[in-house]
Design a protein around this ligand. Sequence first.
Ligand SMILES: [Cu+2]
Length: 381
Amino acid sequence: MSFKYLQNLQIKIMSALLIFSAPMKADWFALNMTRGVTDISNEVFELHMLIFWICVAIGVVVFGVMFYSMYAHTKKKNPVAASFHENHKVEIAWTIIPFLILIAMAIPASKTLVKIYDDEAGDLNIQVTGYQWKWQYNYLEDDVSFFSNLSTDMDEINNLVPKGENYLQEVDEMVVIPVGKKVRFLITANDVIHSWWMPAFAIKQDAIPGFVNTAWTKVDKPGIYRGKCTELCGKNHGFMPIVVKVVEQNEYDEWVSGKKEAAMKMAELTTKDWTAEELVARGESVYAVNCVACHQTNGQGIPGIFPALAGSDVVLNNKERNIEILMEGVQGAAMNSFSYLSEVELAAVITYTRQSWGNKENGDGEIVVPKDIVDYKKPKI
Ligand SMILES: [Cu+2]
């Protein structure tokens, strides 16, 4: 049970209490499950309501009999209790009736389950991979691949500024799918167990390393739909939302070609033979924007607070760790991840720090080229 879940639960309980106390007309339906936007999610909703009403009927009958008996057979009215111990008719009845009720519920439930577990290929097939703590999407037909990271500002998370509308439910790259097409998701994970949950599509599927689970959807209504990882997967479990944008086919095609073009441009930039000078020239401005506040223009940092990059062992002699620090940040320190910078910017700023302030002369002098960053980002399996 995630913290977010508890929070939601708390909100639900609070709003339930509010409804009882508020004289105005309350929104009871907000307490119920939502219908979602697909045929399957509607079916699931209907099923939920059907079972709910069956439970209500059972509740009314059972409690009715109970309260009636308590009233009609008090000791005063009936001093001698009836004995129907080992009454076969009653025993058969209370075995058969629940059995029939269960069968009656199992039939529509199984029908819907069979539809949900259809794993035939879709018009579009997307491999979804869970990572600590982000999702990767691979469009198998269209050759598009990207990571989708939480984009909520750290300041909102740290309560420094008010929370935005889609707090913890926004990402830097949405999954885009076309309307009216069967989209199959092949869901897996790369580290621990995650779970891909998209309530509006009634999809909730475990993402397990070494296994591929499938789920599918066909959405007929364009729009932006939000979900999240729903398997406790570590420290940032509440920080790996899912956002799916459903668009018309032509818009989807445009998106795919835009993605491909960007990938090509990036490939050109990253495969280009960069010289140290070119990287340093670019890196200087990246450093000025992103790093000077802490590490200072002269690379000396602020003693005791921000370490000097001039003469730092990592910057001098440990290229791998240098890349890792920029990509992941340092946990528990003011050094945040800069993975949102482009490969070129990252390579440039790292090279700049490795070539400036005497570092070039005192260290191994190795530069970092964009390809190193691309390699770092590749899934390590
Ligand atoms: Cu997760």
